[in-house]
Design a protein around this ligand. Sequence first.
Ligand code: NDP
Length: 297
Amino acid sequence: KKVLIGGGTGFIGKHLGQVLTNKKYTIVNVSRMPSTNSITWTDVETSLPKQTNAVVNLAGQQTMDFTRSWTPGFKQNVKNSRVFTTRALATAINKSNNKPKVYVVVTGVGAYEPSEIKKYDEFSPTTGNDFFSKLLVEWEEAAKVDPPVRLVIIRSGVVLGRDGGMIKNMILPFFFGLGGPLGSGKQYLPWIHIEDLSRLITFAIENENVKGILNGVAPHVVTNGEFTQAFAKALSRPALFPVPEFLLNFLLHEERAMLMTKGQHVTPKRVLEYGFEYKYDNIDAACKECAHLFPKK
Ligand code: NDP
């Protein structure tokens, strides 16, 4: 059983690799850096590794890389690193004589236009006009593969895990008691624990009836303010220092800061219908697992 993972070297990819390895899968990553168990994006243009059963794409330039300013060049990079890698794997799957059974692409809840009023599930339209909504449409379009290969697109919320993503960025200020809500704190914060996202990707690989769009979010919908309280409580720290929206807009650029200052109410209707069981279905349990200063081995 072999799984090819684009961007398997990243935060989600490493966790997924672990879950799959525990289940006796063989992992091959597609990476820009050569290493023993990886192939390059140029290799993908020629063919897929023999007997690949499933392909997953997790590649993408990190949007919240605060060392990079939000220039047109960087935005292009954020977009192309997702659309081109997703398309490269789809093309390789379509060309292959020995096709994998399933292609899983992890995109984001940015597909739904941020709103404090609207409620979204997998059947909701993606009508947003902001940079991320538009990117999501192109990204998911690039994932199209010919039947009988199953396509599963997981629109992930913010992934909570100690060693990457948002928690890694905020644990130090929170640890020193300097944490607080972002902007108004009223915006929704769709989230999923890293272990559940890795399990959901594995669930999509293993269950032949699973296809189409899945919202990769926990069923417990919270706002940024509620998440902040849960995380501070898990660390036994106060969270008294709100970060004003204008400051985030000024530091990160308004277009990018909206990933933090705006949000959407997203539920995992189809995920629950398929019978997937979350390990972390409420925010307190998820925060408790993430609230330690050093990554657990
Ligand atoms: P990471 O940044 O940890 O890893 C992504 C991987 O993508 C890297 O390991 C890297 O692999 C590859 N990569 C980075 N830049 C480029 C580039 N310019 N061109 C090609 N490949 C590149 O990301 P995550 O694991 O956190 O996220 C994976 C995917 O999930 C992303 O598409 C992200 O948008 C999406 N997602 C993540 C969320 C989160 O909270 N983390 C939330 C919602 C969606 P290498 O260096 O080996 O080439």
